[in-house]
Design a protein around this ligand. Structure first.
Ligand SMILES: Cc1cc2nc3c(=O)[nH]c(=O)nc-3n(C[C@H](O)[C@H](O)[C@H](O)COP(=O)(O)OP(=O)(O)OC[C@H]3O[C@@H](n4cnc5c(N)ncnc54)[C@H](O)[C@@H]3O)c2cc1C
Ligand code: SF4
Length: 458
């Protein structure tokens, strides 16, 4: 009889991992992968595949894996997914493919993500060898949307140049998600495959400044895909937000992940963490809290204005954070940050909340409980309450239609924008979402760009 629960993932011990940035989840052994693959019922209707935004044929790859053919399994995955080692680690499978798994009706679903990771880490496949079709395409931004778009375009025979504002490729995969969840080498390995497919990567290139979108189209490229993400942090809007010791999660994570702030003598250090309070309830808040722990914080509290059940962060990440000693304070919202005579943070005044009627998002709206204010002493406040698209490209491209949130308006099926020759997708058109949704958008846009070029016969 098959086990009703997933084969557990080997992990670094919580006490040890608080002091390092090494990966927490260690990956299945061949025996564990075989045991987990054998739990799959190989359902003919493939309900799990319907939950995958890039359409991986899940039972087909698990069948190969169960037969011991890891390379064959990876080949099936890569037909649909350009970044399997990344998705296997960070995709919220529990709300996508695994949520629809038949095994989940009586027990736990098959651990599709862990198996995908296993294949990507252990398997090898040759690269496609497309014939050039003449299309010269520009991809702006090297996050999952841009990487997936560039991969699909290159597989279709296009000549692709990827322009990235940072000095490093990967978008949030490089500057946001910490290496203990997604090691840098994993992203670099996937980017190396893009280079091997002939994609030219130009870093330190800010579209809108170094060159405009019109400049990219002017004789250089036939088509442009914009995958510039939503990296502009939202602020709390409370008094004291300018004090030393207040960070946006994006700033903190970028300093640590890209600028080596955790290393002694770093050029872009962070302050001594002491007691830290992180505001928010998503993956970003949890990542910031776990990074604060690893920076040596004496205590880390995540304050979230809704309840545990409403937290958008992945359950697995919340569980890992708790194991590492991160504390949670639910139904708590900030009112003011207090500081000393030198404008350094000394604490945060919060108020208790209760949940009222559902709001536009369908979640119950938090409302302040009268006379419930209290103060938490702290040295550091990290704000992780959301992000929006950077307005730079919009300002430099006035004929590109944006919505009231600053997102580029696209046709969701094709990624086409209001501007001829320009496609867009990922967080820049949806607002902050997920890796796999960004990848799906990048892939659909690439297919539309290829189709458009072919249909013009040029
Ligand atoms: C800390 C954190 C943790 C997360 N954890 C998860 C998770 O566990 N699972 C999950 O599915 N999702 C997670 N997400 C969300 C996910 O990472 C994003 O939805 C996804 O990265 C969006 O992809 P993207 O390609 O649209 O944008 P991004 O990843 O933001 O990439 C955009 C790229 O464009 C570049 N760029 C911006 N402007 C310009 C310009 N003008 N010129 C050139 N380049 C430009 C940026 O430098 C960046 O490299 C997390 C997000 C954060 C911040
Ligand atoms: S639904 Fe679950 S059991 Fe069925 S094929 Fe998909 S992963 Fe396997």
């Amino acid at each position: 009889m098959q086990a009703p629960v997933k084969t557990p993932m080997p992990e670094q011990d919580p006490a040890a991992r608080q002091g390092n940035f090494d990966e927490v989840a260690l990956g299945y052994t061949p025996e564990q992968a075989a045991a987990e693959a054998s739990r799959c019922l190989l359902c003919a209707a493939k309900p799990c595949a319907a939950g995958c935004p890039v359409g991986v044929d899940i039972p087909a790859f698990i069948k190969k894996l169960a037969l011991g053919d890891t390379d064959g399994a990876l080949g099936i995955i890569r037909e649909a997914n350009a970044l399997p080692a990344i998705c296997g680690r960070v995709c919220p499978q529990e709300t996508q493919c695994e949520a629809l798994c038949v095994r989940g009706k009586k027990g736990e679903s098959v651990a599709v993500g862990r198996l995908e990771r296993y294949c990507a880490d252990r398997g090898t496949v040759g690269l496609p060898k497309p014939s050039p079709i003449g299309l010269r395409a520009a991809v702006v931004g090297s996050g999952p949307a841009g990487l997936a778009c560039a991969w699909e375009l290159a597989c279709g025979g296009a000549d692709v140049t990827l322009y990235e504002a940072f000095h490093v490729c990967g978008g949030v995969l490089a500057y946001g998600i910490p290496p203990f969840r997604l090691p840098r080498a994993v992203t670099e390995r996937e980017v190396a495959l893009l280079r091997a497919m002939g994609v030219k990567i130009v870093t330190d290139f800010v579209v809108g400044r170094t060159k405009t979108v019109d400049g990219l189209l002017d004789g250089l490229h036939h088509a442009v895909f914009i995958g510039a993400g939503a990296g502009l942090p939202s602020f709390l809007g409370v008094p004291g937000e300018g004090f030393a010791g207040v960070y946006s999660a994006n700033e903190l994570l970028t300093r640590v992940n890209l600028m080596r702030a955790a290393e002694p003598g770093a050029d872009t250090p962070v302050l001594d963490f002491g007691k830290a309070v992180v505001i928010g309830g998503g993956n970003v808040a949890i990542d910031a809290a776990r990074v604060a722990k690893r920076l040596g914080a004496e205590s880390v509290t995540v304050a979230y204005r809704r309840g545990r059940a409403e937290m958008p962060a992945r359950l697995e990440e919340i569980h890992h954070a708790e194991e590492e000693g991160v504390e949670f304070r639910f139904l708590t919202a900030p009112v003011e940050i207090t500081g000393d005579g030198e404008h350094r943070v000394t604490g945060i005044v919060c108020e208790e909340m209760r949940l009222g009627e559902p709001d536009a998002s369908g979640r119950r709206r938090p409302e302040p409980v009268p006379h419930s204010r209290f103060t938490m002493e702290c040295d550091i406040v990290v704000s992780a309450i959301g992000t929006s698209p950077n307005p730079l490209i919009g300002q430099a491209t006035p004929d590109l239609q944006h919505d009231k949130y600053g997102c580029i308006v696209t046709d969701p099926a094709t990624g086409r924008t209001s501007k001829k020759g320009v496609w867009a997708g990922g967080d820049i058109s949806t607002g902050a979402a997920t890796v796999i949704l960004a990848m799906g958008a990048g892939k659909r846009a690439a297919l539309s760009m290829l189709e458009d070029y072919r249909s013009r016969g040029s």
